[in-house]
Ligand binder design. Sequence first.
Ligand SMILES: NC(=O)c1ccc[n+]([C@@H]2O[C@H](COP(=O)([O-])OP(=O)(O)OC[C@H]3O[C@@H](n4cnc5c(N)ncnc54)[C@H](OP(=O)(O)O)[C@@H]3O)[C@@H](O)[C@H]2O)c1
Length: 342
Amino acid sequence: MTVNVAIIGASGYTGAELLRLLACHPKINLVGAYGMKNTGKKVSEIHPHLRDIIDLTIEEPNCEKIVKKADVVFTATPHGVAMKLVPGLLRENTKVIDLSADYRFDDVKIFEKYYVKHESPELKGVYGLPELYRKEIKLARLVANPGCFPTAALLGLAPLVKKKLIDLEHIIIDAKTGTSGAGAIPTESTHHPVAGANVAAYKATTHRHAPEIDQELSKLAGQEVKAHFTPHLLPLIRGILSTAHVFLKKPMTNSELLEIYREFYRDEPFVRVREELPQVNYVVGSNYCDIGLENEADGNRAVIVTVIDNLVKGASGQAIQNMNIMLGFEETDGLRGPALRP
Ligand SMILES: NC(=O)c1ccc[n+]([C@@H]2O[C@H](COP(=O)([O-])OP(=O)(O)OC[C@H]3O[C@@H](n4cnc5c(N)ncnc54)[C@H](OP(=O)(O)O)[C@@H]3O)[C@@H](O)[C@H]2O)c1
């Protein structure tokens, strides 16, 4: 079976990554690439690395026309855009995977507090973290692909939160990201002369990904959880390293903790539990999430380190993993490439 796929937001960074990965997917045809300001340009003009690989022109999105030719649509657009397009895309049999925050929140009021007024709050997406929601994703027509920081934080914390082995009131997540996390439009803080030899904390207590992390940790724990999340910008292009500090209810050894992680992720194709603390270049360019940990000598505080590529497992790779699940493909189709190291 070959499935026709369209990408709205194909001129951006996650759009480029969708195109790059889907170009090597064995079971799909790329049938449309859409954007806004770059309408009329060839994909290879905007993404020169895709020359002679993808021969599409960026068009203005028209949902009626898109659903006539696409079975699956990725919306890789800034928040506030998909909410206007998705109702039209779901009118036919199309399946949609949205990479923005528009459908990630169970409570639209929380979305509106951190983002903008919702224009299609009646539509609900399945939260697209396969390691937690594979069964629901399989049946979904609209998947809300998780944020990049939440992907790293949640995969790092899920085993301990689900088993309630830690103090749920004192979870500290200290995360580092590269500049591609901010998308293709240049900003002062991501401009190379400013960011190229710098390290900076930002939105130390107010980042939009905090309520998304809290929503999912609360569901895992079966009670309200409020973690303490602070992001930092590093002079990397890709990659997130997320360090979670947690306090164990009962002292445990490193090997006991590792065993819990190994068991939790035993059948997961893209989560690797490691003996050592993982580094960003173990995963950059790939759909892997690597997790390592270290416990303090008294066994009370554990430090969980999680790494992902923000554009792959943190966005487009995970979106393709979700598509594979929705379509009944092999979950790893198009995603088997290892990381780029060095
Ligand atoms: N970057 C990451 O690491 C990352 C990770 C996880 C999730 N995300 C989320 O993924 C989404 C896309 O992020 P990005 O980094 O790829 O952003 P980006 O590089 O700024 O790209 C945005 C894309 O959306 C298109 N677009 C904007 N407004 C549009 C409209 N009204 N109609 C149609 N297309 C429109 C743009 O087209 P033109 O260029 O033609 O104007 C561009 O192709 C965002 O919601 C972001 O939060 C990003």
